[in-house]
Design a protein. Structure first.
Length: 370
């Protein structure tokens, strides 16, 4: 055989071998990429978004079924249902995970929600108990599928973006639990005026109150957070203004939550300002006091292992304002992570005095100093 023919045949075999390897890689990739499919989906949760006499996790349940295609031994299913603005893990007899059968089938019980999600995860994956946004594929999540509940779910108003004090914020929408009370949050109840001041309002009537909340679209971490709040002495006992840091992922004791709470929690003679490092039920994490009517600047300085809360009479632009209260917490102070500032005005439904009228607050300014 001539040298030219040998070279030509060698080149042809190289091309064929490369094609085989490429096709083989593509086929292997397709085989190894696991997918999830639903075969039975529960109904969408039909609870009125204004209903308040229920508690978190006080929901009906139903069966959900599906198939994991390409699941490997040891991989399991984690199920979530979206209810009241959050995705919550659906446990099976107290267990977080649902096993996948040898044929790929799986079935479980979920609490009713507007949407359902199934995650195929590795054996070592630790899912968040609650989250505002679902995990993405990677870091132990092998596959993800989301489906709407069967039937019509309540239609909620769309959130809106607004600028306040030079920062971008987004409004909350729909039913959400705060401090054990379920409120319907309406984006129409949050706005800024021509001076740039922020307005939050509770509007409506008994049984159909609409509350207000907005949250910073990014995390700021350690530093000083300062809020200039106009007089709130007019608020009814069951109207509550909270200014907090809060992480959308975790449990109630791991939310990186620092609170300034302004209100009387449904009672006429309660204190009207609380400083809190959550969880609140540890005595060292909670300070309550009263302030008279007037404009105040509430702030907290967050540092490693320490947070200092302060309330000063007057605006932050007024030097030497009278310090009404100041407290340093050193127990249970969180480290920064995915938290953001959230400001909410809502109804505390578990107090003694029911809300009777619309309520509104004005926050003139927010400042952050690293």
């Amino acid at each position: 055989m001539s040298r030219q023919r040998i070279v030509a045949r060698t080149a042809t075999l190289s091309v064929l071998l490369a094609s085989f390897v490429t096709i083989g890689c593509h086929s292997s990739s397709k085989i190894s990429a696991a997918t999830l499919a639903f075969s039975k989906v529960p109904a969408a949760e039909q609870e009125s978004p204004y209903k308040t006499d229920i508690f978190e996790r006080d929901y009906k349940t139903d069966r959900i079924e599906g198939r994991a295609i390409g699941a490997r031994p040891g991989q399991r299913i984690v199920l979530y249902a979206k209810t009241d603005g959050r995705w919550g893990v659906c446990r099976q007899s107290g267990q977080t995970f649902t096993n996948v059968e040898t044929d790929g089938q799986w079935e479980a019980s979920v609490h009713l929600g507007t949407q359902y999600a199934a995650l195929l995860v590795d054996p070592t994956y630790n899912p968040p108990e609650q989250t505002e946004s679902l995990p993405i594929v990677g870091n132990g999540v092998v596959a993800l599928a989301v489906v709407n509940g069967e039937g019509a779910a309540p239609v909620l108003p769309s959130p809106k973006i607004l600028n306040f004090s030079g920062y971008e914020w987004t409004t909350s929408t729909g039913p959400i639990f705060h401090a054990g009370s379920r409120n319907f949050f309406d984006p129409a109840n949050v706005w800024t005026d021509e001076t740039g001041a922020l307005h939050l309002r509770i509007s409506g009537s008994a049984g159909k109150w609409g509350a207000a909340e907005l949250k910073l679209t990014r995390s700021l971490g350690y530093g000083t957070y300062r809020f200039q709040v106009r007089d709130v002495s007019h608020l009814e006992p069951s109207a509550l203004l909270t200014i907090i840091t809060w992480d959308g992922v975790g449990t109630e004791s791991t939310r990186r939550e620092l609170d300034v709470e302004l209100g009387r929690w449904g009672y006429l003679d309660n204190s009207n300002v609380n400083y809190v490092v959550q969880p609140y039920y540890f005595p060292a994490n909670f300070v309550a006091f009263r302030v008279p009517a007037g404009l105040y600047t509430h702030s907290f300085r967050w540092e490693p292992g320490k947070v200092t809360f302060s309330t000063v009479a007057g605006s932050s632009n007024t030097g030497g304002g009278r310090v009404i209260n100041q407290h340093v917490f050193t127990s249970g102070v969180p480290t920064p992570g995915g938290e953001s500032v959230r400001i909410a005005l809502y109804v505390f439904h578990q107090g003694k005095i029911p809300l009777k009228n619309d309520n509104e607050v004005i926050i003139d300014k927010f400042e952050y100093l690293p």
